[in-house]
Structure formats: structure tokens, C-alpha cells
Design a protein around this ligand. Structure first.
Ligand code: GDP
Length: 198
């Protein structure tokens, strides 16, 4: 699979607006500012595929991208989460759409959960892991901004996350990543290719 041949398909505010539930897709989720857009842009080699630094409180959309020439294999950019400024009602509505998408989307093969290696397993991350567990859906954790820590510290951060999730080890995999240093792209590629072609 060549992720460099990825193009924008459509944006959907709710599950009902998503493209046909056929083929396979992988969703990217993460707390705002974790580094999700940078990871998607690095994976696809397209600097403006996923917009970085979105405006807080904007309409939350699920963005779909096609990998390759047809739309049978897709990457999905789930809205960032966690801006303090978002009103509680908006937050709740967004959670409902997200839970709905994770529960009902048959073509969803797995989720990449992006975490800042310095602040892993936030409340949002725990909520996502809970939903993934409820739906028996595999999760690949990207501990990104690994360049912000020394090698040893990054390795221990990864071990801590793995140890915290031993009860989910059948569903969860963990890797270090850095968009700035282009670290971990091959491992991410392999996981996505497996999910999208099984
Ligand atoms: P998003 O809100 O999760 O989409 O996060 P962004 O991709 O917009 O990144 C948030 C901030 O973290 C930006 O200032 C990025 O430049 C920075 N960032 C993202 N990835 C990395 C990385 O791998 N290393 C470093 N040092 N900074 C990063």
C-alpha cells in the first residue's frame, strides 16, 4: 500500500453522512495537540492533508481519505478532542457520534490512537480504549513526539504504557513515533497495511 497516494474523500458530521460502509478503513484518534495531524501528514507525505492546529470549538467533522486509486481502503481523521473551551454540550454530542461510529462502522478495521509520549493515557485515551475493548477492535498506540525525550526515557515511557495495558495486550500494540524525526514510519505502515488488506 502506498500511503503517499492518499486523497481527501469527504467530511461527515455524523455516522449517517459517512461514505458507504464497504472495504476497509483505519481511524486516527487523539487528544487535541497530541500530534495526530502531523502523524497523518508524515505517513502520507502530504503536509496539508490533515490540518494542524484547528480552531477550538469548530464544527467537529470526521474526515475520510482514500488510499490508492479507488476508495476501498481509507484513512479516517477523527476530530481532535480535549480543548477546554469546547462547551460541555458540544463535547457530549461529539462523544455520542464517535461512539456511534466506533460501534457501528463495519469497515473499521482498527484505530490508531495518537498520544504525546510525555503525556500518555489521558482521560480521552482511556475512554477510547474502553470503547475499543467493548467492540473488540484493535488499537495501535503511537507515542509521538519521541524526539522530545532521550532514547532511554522514550523507551521507558513505552514500557510503562505497555505495562499499564497488559490486560488488553491481545488488542493493543504500542510504538514510538516522531513526525519531526520521521521515526517509526515503517512500523506504522506495516500495521496499517495489515489492517487494510486482511
Ligand atoms: P493534533 O492536534 O493532534 O493534530 O496535533 P498537531 O499535529 O497539530 O501537533 C500539535 C503540535 O505538536 C504542533 O506544534 C506540532 O508541530 C507538534 N508536533 C507534532 N508532532 C511532533 C513530533 O513528532 N515532534 C515534535 N517535537 N513536535 C511535534
Amino acid at each position: 500500500l502506498n500511503f503517499h497516494v492518499t486523497r481527501f474523500l469527504t467530511s461527515a458530521p455524523t455516522l449517517a453522512d459517512c461514505p458507504a460502509d464497504e472495504g476497509r478503513e483505519v481511524a486516527f484518534a487523539g487528544r487535541s495537540n497530541a500530534g495526530k495531524s502531523s502523524a497523518l501528514n508524515t505517513l502520507t507525505g502530504q503536509n496539508s492533508l490533515a490540518r494542524t492546529s484547528r480552531t477550538p470549538g469548530r464544527t467537529q467533522l470526521i474526515n475520510f481519505f482514500a488510499v490508492g486509486s479507488d476508495s476501498a481502503q481509507r484513512l479516517v481523521d477523527l476530530p481532535g478532542y480535549g480543548y477546554a473551551k469546547v462547551p460541555e454540550a458540544v463535547r457530549r454530542e461529539w462523544q455520542a457520534h464517535l461512539a456511534d461510529y466506533l460501534r457501528r462502522r463495519h469497515s473499521l478495521a482498527g484505530t490508531v490512537l495518537v498520544m504525546d509520549v510525555r503525556h500518555p493515557l489521558t482521560e480521552f485515551d482511556q475512554m477510547m480504549l474502553g470503547w475499543a475493548d467493548d467492540n473488540d477492535m484493535p488499537v495501535h498506540i503511537l507515542l509521538t513526539k519521541a524526539d522530545k525525550l532521550g532514547r532511554g526515557a522514550a523507551a521507558s515511557a513505552m514500557t510503562r504504557v505497555r505495562n499499564a495495558l497488559v490486560e488488553w495486550e491481545d488488542l493493543v500494540s504500542v510504538q514510538l513515533f516522531s513526525a519531526h524525526k520521521r521515526q517509526g514510519i515503517d512500523t506504522l505502515n506495516d500495521t496499517l497495511a495489515r489492517w487494510l488488506t486482511l
